[in-house]
Design a protein around this ligand. Structure first.
Ligand SMILES: Nc1nc2c(ncn2[C@@H]2O[C@H](COP(=O)(O)OP(=O)(O)O)[C@@H](O)[C@H]2O)c(=O)[nH]1
Ligand SMILES: [Mg+2]
Length: 459
């Protein structure tokens, strides 16, 4: 099946200036000779040829054809990219014509899968291709691009070399148990170095969902302070129900906004007041606190038109250690004395006066969002993991920590030979196996299929 010649539309389906159809496999050149009106013989790789797609001497569309000779192509095999007009009917006709000439439709991710199979890229890079295509922000896309570029793969190769070296050393110990020379063999330095590489990777990595899904910000405050009004002002639409009856928003509503190209998930939660007797509302409040725990930041809202009460302080206790902005709402109707008293009640905190209803000073919220995005960027995440990679890296960390214990604590001082060498060797083999799973060297067909099935067709 991996021998089949495959074809698919590689640009998004729909109408547009250009659609690119990709063909990959050993029949590529024969197919081109059959469906392209005139192509020189031989076709020069990487040259753009202007011609026409023809079937039985009838022209279907004008095209530009570029041929790539394997191994110097994306997939590593002979590959052609045919640019035609992007119209669903033309594309269907051209694809059917290709399929009639000894090719079949590519499966999701099959082009990238072949690139992986043919050693053009490793699994980490292949996964980055998919994550780049699906990236939701410019920033996230750039991290993925680095993944394709192989920066993470390079470090993993280093880990692999180190672990391999550790393996060789311990196998030597096992093999030549009696030898004097063994006194010189040490694992701890190499192991420390390996741990440092892993630590570097982990400390510069983020789980891509956080940044890609959205930076979560919860609007927090007791009932009727104007949370839903602010939520709507931020979104510039009437999504939340605004009401003068306390406790309208019973659970929470979430919406996405983009600030500086970063996705933010804004949560409008149930109003909070300590005297909430209504069971449903109480649950909403509890869920609000739960949401705050896992969120990136909080907008804590006070009502500047009224004096503070114990609910405000209770909420403050919950959120004071979070990344936050405090806003005093309703400045359009405020008594300046109240605003001053609010400020003096939260000494050391910046309090921004806004009006959610009259859209006054809302800029402070967006500046806050920008600062948040900036602070995330400043953390300089170099890599991003998907769930599969995260699980494997965690497992590797555990294995290496265990190895450290085995190597350091169990070593008998007087005897340089590791008396627990067999266990150490076993643990090193496990670590090595994890590396193989990361790069795809030891992945089963099932695992690979699962990964590439997440791609779209044509990639
Ligand atoms: N004057 C004034 N009223 C506001 C402002 N923001 C909200 N309100 C009013 O306060 C009441 C409660 O607002 P709402 O957004 O539902 O509060 P929530 O319970 O915190 O979600 C409504 O009557 C709003 O019109 C504001 O900036 N100025
Ligand atoms: Mg509300």
């Amino acid at each position: 099946m991996d021998d089949d010649t495959i074809a698919a539309l590689s640009t998004p389906p729909g109408r547009g200036g250009i659609g690119i159809v990709r063909i990959s496999g050993k029949n590529t050149i024969t197919i081109l000779s059959k469906i392209i009106e005139k192509l020189p013989e031989p076709v020069v790789p990487r040259r753009a040829y202007h011609s026409f797609i023809v079937e039985k001497a009838e022209r279907i569309d004008e095209c530009i054809v570029v041929f790539y000779k394997g191994f110097n192509s994306y997939t590593g095999e002979d590959l052609a990219e045919i640019s035609i007009h992007s119209n669903p009917f033309i594309i269907e006709e051209v694809l059917k014509l290709i399929f009639r000439n000894n090719a079949r439709s590519a499966l999701p991710g099959e082009f990238t899968y072949r690139a992986f199979k043919n050693g053009k890229i490793d699994l980490i890079q292949a996964e980055s291709v998919n994550q780049l295509i699906n990236a939701n922000s410019r920033y996230f896309a750039s991290i993925q691009f680095d993944g394709i570029d192989g920066r993470l793969s390079g470090l993993i190769r280093k880990l692999r070399e180190n672990i391999l070296e550790l393996g060789i050393r311990i196998e030597t110990v096992i093999e030549f148990e009696e030898d004097q020379y063994l006194r010189k063999i040490s694992l701890s330095e190499k192991l420390d170095e390996t741990c440092r590489i892993l630590e570097h990777i982990l400390s510069h990595a983020t789980l891509n969902e956080t940044l890609n899904r959205g930076i979560e910000v919860v609007i927090m405050g007791k009932v009727n302070v104007g949370k839903s009004s602010l939520f709507n002002t931020i979104l510039m639409e009437d999504r939340a129900i605004i009401s003068t009856t306390p406790g309208t928003t019973r659970d929470f509503i979430k919406e996405k906004v983009y600030v500086d190209g970063f996705p933010f998930d804004i949560f409008d939660i149930a109003g909070i007041h300590t005297g909430a007797t209504d069971e449903v509302e109480r649950q909403g409040i509890m869920r609000g606190y739960e949401k705050v725990k896992t969120s990136e930041a909080v907008i804590f809202m006070l009502d500047a038109s009224e004096t503070l009460d114990k609910s405000d302080f209770e909420i403050y206790e919950h959120i004071k250690n979070k990344n936050k902005i405090i806003v005093a709402n309703k400045i359009d109707i405020v008594d300046p004395v109240v605003l001053d008293s609010i400020k003096s009640s939260f000494k050391g905190e910046d309090i921004f006066a806004i009006s959610a209803k009259k859209n006054q000073n809302i800029d402070v919220i967006f500046s806050f969002f920008k600062r948040l995005a900036q602070s995330l960027q400043d953390k300089q995440f170099l890599f991003s993991f998907n769930q599969r990679q995260k699980r494997l890296f965690q497992e590797l960390e555990q294995r290496l920590n265990h190895l450290k214990e085995l190597v350091i604590t169990k070593r008998v001082k007087s005897n340089a030979v590791y008396h627990n060498a067999e266990i150490i060797a076993e643990e090193i083999r496990h670590a090595f196996d994890i590396i193989g799973q990361l790069t795809g060297e030891v992945s089963t067909q099932e695992v690979l299929e699962g990964i590439f099935a997440q791609f779209c067709v044509g990639k």
